[in-house]
Ligand binder design. Structure first.
Ligand code: ADP
Length: 414
């Protein structure tokens, strides 16, 4: 890439030299392109006069020039919105890759000196390629003298550097995003392999043990081993179901069957299922009377509750868990609250993300970080919202809303 065109003739004045260095410094330090351009043009105006400035860049789709930045700094401020003024000069500079000077007559509608317009168009070079045009406009003369043209070329070179910085920053961001994606995929594969291998290991181990010819197992031991095999097979199936649900939800292909549903029935059924699996759990139910029927996929809502209750069992062992349901505006609000250890605030906002697990819990309880993500997607598919409040040492409350279906005739009269 060629170096900046140093405006030798104009360096005789101290303030010009200062402005030139300040422009170079801004370009080197700018992170935000728009504010960098603002600062460059504000400084440029202290060393040569222009009333308007606009930057046109090639559009990626059809290669046409389009304005990406325009400022009116002097006369004609009120015309800042008209961006078409600089287009002919920008196009000419862009096509010829040369500095162009255009003089125009704004027509009788403009009174006095301002009628005369001098436009200075400069090719915009980024990464050795001409990608657009920069135009300075001066209303009412005098025309641009050669030393101002040199200064404008110097400014244009630096604007090109600002755009080059932006291009590099975008490229780095996209490379980082790709790397992050690859890292997440790797982590996903290792988590999933581990999660699938653990129940499979148990199943294989106990089956091999039971099949051993040299040992006779008493009925109790046999039953104990078979129970473990049964539980681990359930766990394996649940894991595969979760994986499939998660990819279908991501692809938008998981179907929901919304039918009139009594949420209190779903809540009670899920609670008794959880108690039959974990009889030691302290489970309380507080459901308001007369909740209306809602349009919902009962199986999917039960899946959400199963997940929240199994999480309470896993992450808040021994705690009291309360299931509540009541009206909140036009929706039913359901809560699953536990008196467990709570969740650190830094993790709370990430809990509903796919594969997110609280790092400390990775070693104490098995999981994939898919459960709450699936819950969120199911609730959102019902037009509701899911959230969590948690306090360390006091407990966690997951809550979700389900909008009431417009079927006032059907009331939950349990
Ligand atoms: P998984 O249980 O497979 O890790 P989830 O998406 O269901 O995935 O949960 C994400 C994380 O949220 C869990 O890893 C756990 O750290 C945290 N969590 C969920 N429920 C609770 C709870 N009731 N109390 C404390 N932490 C919880």
């Amino acid at each position: 890439m060629t170096g900046p065109l140093v405006p030798t003739q104009s360096l005789t004045h101290g303030n010009e030299l200062n402005a030139v260095y300040a422009i170079a410094r801004i370009v080197a330090e700018s992170i935000d392109t728009e504010s960098g351009l603002d600062a460059v043009f504000r400084l440029a105006r202290t060393i040569f006069i222009f009333d308007v400035v606009a930057l046109y860049l090639q559009n990626e789709e059809d290669g046409e020039l389009e304005p990406i930045y325009a400022r009116a700094l002097g006369r004609g401020r009120s015309r800042a919105a008209e961006l078409a003024w600089g287009e002919p000069a920008a196009r000419e500079a862009y096509r010829s890759e040369q500095t162009v000077l255009r003089q125009e007559d704004a027509g009788p509608a403009v009174q006095g000196r301002d009628r005369r317009r001098d436009y200075l168009g400069l090719p915009m070079m980024v990464g050795g390629r001409c990608v657009g045009g920069l135009v300075f406009g001066r209303f009412g003369g005098p025309p641009y003298p050669p030393e101002h043209i040199r200064l404008a070329e110097f400014v244009a070179w630096h604007v090109g550097q600002l755009l080059e910085n932006r291009r590099m920053a975008r490229r780095i961001a996209s490379l980082e995003a790709q790397r992050e994606l690859a890292r997440m995929q790797d982590e996903f594969i290792s988590t999933i392999s581990h999660e699938l291998r653990t129940p499979l290991g148990f199943i294989k181990g106990y089956v091999t043990t039971l099949l051993r010819q040299d040992t006779a197992w008493d009925e109790e031991t046999r039953k104990e081993f078979l129970t473990i095999i049964d539980e681990e097979s359930d766990r394996l199936r649940e894991l595969i179901d979760n994986l499939l649900d998660s990819s279908r939800l991501e692809a938008g292909t998981l179907s929901m069957t919304l039918e009139p549903t009594r949420i209190s029935t779903v809540l009670r059924d899920t609670a008794s299922r959880t108690l039959s699996l974990h009889p030691e759990m302290k489970l309380e139910i507080e459901i308001d009377d007369g909740l209306p029927a809602i349009k919902a996929d009962a199986t999917r809502i039960a899946q959400v509750l199963d997940n929240l209750l199994s999480n309470a069992h896993k992450y808040a062992p021994g705690a009291t868990v309360t299931i509540r349901a009541r009206m909140q505006g036009d929706a039913i609000r359901v809560e699953v609250a536990d008196t467990g250890p709570g969740i650190h605030p830094e993790h709370v906002h990430h809990l509903f993300e796919r594969f997110y697990r609280v790092p400390d819990d990775k070693h104490t309880a098995r999981g994939t970080g898919l459960g709450l993500y699936i819950c969120r997607k199911i609730i959102e598919a019902h037009g509701g919202e899911i959230g969590v409040e948690s306090k360390r040492g006091e407990g966690t409350c997951f809550h979700f809303t389900l909008p009431v279906a417009p079927s006032p005739a059907e009331n939950d009269d349990e």
